[in-house]
Design a protein around this ligand. Structure first.
Ligand code: SAM
Length: 329
């Protein structure tokens, strides 16, 4: 590990749009809030600081939960006020119900990877440092190396196109297949750069989109987000607040579409349609315009560049759909 990367490991994750998230959650003293993406605990800490009586925090990464546990007694509100759960936020409804915490007053989701994950070369998320081709947030299941060394070219191309929006996905997939087996992030980055052409002074590294795509695919991030929004709909009490921060257009589109449909702004739920054609009653209202970081935040934290916050308030209508029977943990 280089000095620079070992320093980076120490650097804490800087919470993104934190003031805006906390404001949108209008926390009342003693309320119960869910932090679906604990990471380094920036949101949880702020939720407790703003008066939440209890925060139930999820992370699928065992390392994030382990590090969080060591912080609980000192800086994170003490035992009892912060409950850490190693699970995916898409399971929040069943977990909260089982443990008797539902319904809750607010749910915050800060989608994506943390700085700790990105900056640790051994997690394999970054093209900027060499590490094993891993990229698994949960540290379980198929790794990036498993996928890239075994999937067929068409499947690799589809992933890179759909989740990386890479216009030359087929050329990248062809180059990956020709270079197999790949075991290191530096090898993958070099293969992609060679396939797409790379010169100093390029604003964005050409391998950015491919790394993003593989990460999204392996961690089923878009499915998680869709299912997580539905789970939040089921656990929020009437009047409960939802705040979701995303980092790229694929995710933002999912949140935007979900809130549009659930608030009756699309034909599925429009109150202007005749009775027979109307969908279920809107389960969310007060859908706010998306919020992006201001200049000052971007100066402090360039990683916040593409962040977007969307917020809404739960109505008293029933959740639109029920959980999938026997959903896997
Ligand atoms: C952007 S970081 C959150 C940072 C946090 N808000 C903070 O201020 O420290 C995202 C975190 O969410 C976790 N994560 C991503 N998808 C998840 C999922 N589906 N369920 C639970 N945790 C998830 C990642 O492991 C990562 O630790």
């Amino acid at each position: 590990m280089t000095a620079a990367s070992s320093n980076a490991v120490q650097a804490p994750h800087v919470p993104v749009l934190i003031d805006e998230v906390i404001a949108s959650l209008s926390i009342q003293s003693g309320e119960t809030h869910v932090d679906g993406t604990f990471g380094a605990g920036g949101y949880s800490r702020a939720l407790l600081g703003a008066g939440a009586g209890r925060v139930i925090a999820f992370d699928r990464d065992p390392q994030a939960i382990e590090q969080g546990r060591s912080l609980v007694p000192d800086s994170l509100g003490g035992e009892g006020r912060l409950i850490l759960i190693h699970d995916r936020f898409s399971n929040m409804d069943s977990v909260l119900e089982e443990r008797g915490y539902a319904p809750v007053d607010g749910v915050a989701l800060d989608i994506g990877v943390s700085s700790m994950q990105l900056d640790q070369p051994e997690r394999g998320f970054s093209f900027m440092s060499d590490g094993p081709l891993d990229m698994r947030m949960s540290q379980a299941g198929m790794s990036a190396a498993d996928f890239l060394n075994n999937a067929d070219e068409a499947e690799i191309a589809r992933v890179i196109k759909d989740y990386g929006e890479e216009p030359r996905a087929r050329a990248v997939a062809r180059a990956i297949v020709a270079a197999r087996p790949l075991t290191r992030t530096s090898e993958l980055a070099a293969v992609v750069r060679k396939a797409l052409g790379h010169h100093k002074g390029m604003k964005t590294d050409p391998s950015t989109r491919t790394f993003q795509a593989i990460r999204i695919h392996l961690n089923a991030e878009l499915d998680e987000l869709e299912t997580g929004l539905r789970a939040a709909e089921r656990v929020l009490r009437p009047g409960g607040r939802l705040a979701v921060v995303t980092f790229h257009s694929l995710e933002d589109r999912i949140v935007k579409q979900f809130l549009k449909t659930r608030s009756g702004a699309t034909p599925g739920g429009s109150r202007h349609l005749p009775e027979m054609k109307r969908g279920p009653r809107p389960s969310f209202g007060h859908v706010a315009k998306p919020v992006s970081p201001g200049e000052a935040e971007l100066e402090r934290n360039p990683r916040a560049r593409s962040a977007r916050l969307r917020t809404a308030v739960r109505t008293d209508a029933p959740a639109w759909d029920q959980p999938k029977a026997g959903a896997e943990r």
